[in-house]
Design a protein around this ligand. Sequence first.
Ligand code: NAP
Length: 248
Amino acid sequence: MSNLSGKVALVTGASRGIGRAIAVRLASLGAVVAINYNGSEAKAEEVRAEIEAAGGKAFLIQANVADAAAVQRMFEEIFTREDRLDILVNNAGITRDALLIGMKEAQFDEVLQTNLYGAYYCMQQAAKKMLRQKSGRIINISSYSGLHGNAGQMNYAAAKAGLVGMTKTAARELGSRGITVNAVAPGFIDTDMTAVLSDKSKDAILSGVPLGRMGSADDIASAVVFLAGDEASYITGQVLSVDGGLSI
Ligand code: NAP
């Protein structure tokens, strides 16, 4: 794996789950990691403590990514501390599941605002800096649902499919300045987000996973650190499914 010493990374939604695993892995490779969180300050502190105990560097940064002004403040704070950004991982995400006929506009808006607009706000702020640096890596956490649909997740699938379009567009716009933009599409991953599913739903999903198990947050972090490192320098505009074969 690449040595990321001297690099600065921002991971949104890094207080729990997949974002936490990504933050820990990036820091273990030498990056200084900005741990973004929204409400879970104590959990975010745990992530910082874990990174620092292993000899890494990290700092916390609270911001609701759905709020453009808060995102702008977050980037100003990062640039005041570090004055650069090498890796942006748009990971923050929520679900508000309902079948189409019962989905409220508020549920649709909330998911789009966090999962799609949040990534747009962060990509825009990051791109301005990365364009001046003439280097950077942007990795968007999409989903199996965005590529294939999932009953009960019209809002979420729309946001995650939108992320794929944004990834490919930004890859085209930013490539000439040495910036790569890719997406990772996790399948069924063991985090708080999926802990709410009943055993029956979990068994039904697992029956379609050739590898026969849920993924771990670390499985996703492995793909992200690959895309963030030197080994992936000629890969851009791609969507890497990390789903145990669910999408085959
Ligand atoms: P999770 O365990 O529920 O964690 C979500 C993280 O996002 C938390 O750190 C949370 O921070 C943060 N977050 C939520 N809303 C935010 C906001 N408005 N501003 C800033 N941070 C916010 O979820 P996860 O399973 O790790 O999912 C991480 C990403 O992977 C999401 O984008 C999700 O859609 C995607 N994904 C997950 C799966 C899966 O099976 N788990 C599958 C495909 C894709 P606070 O707690 O501080 O609010």
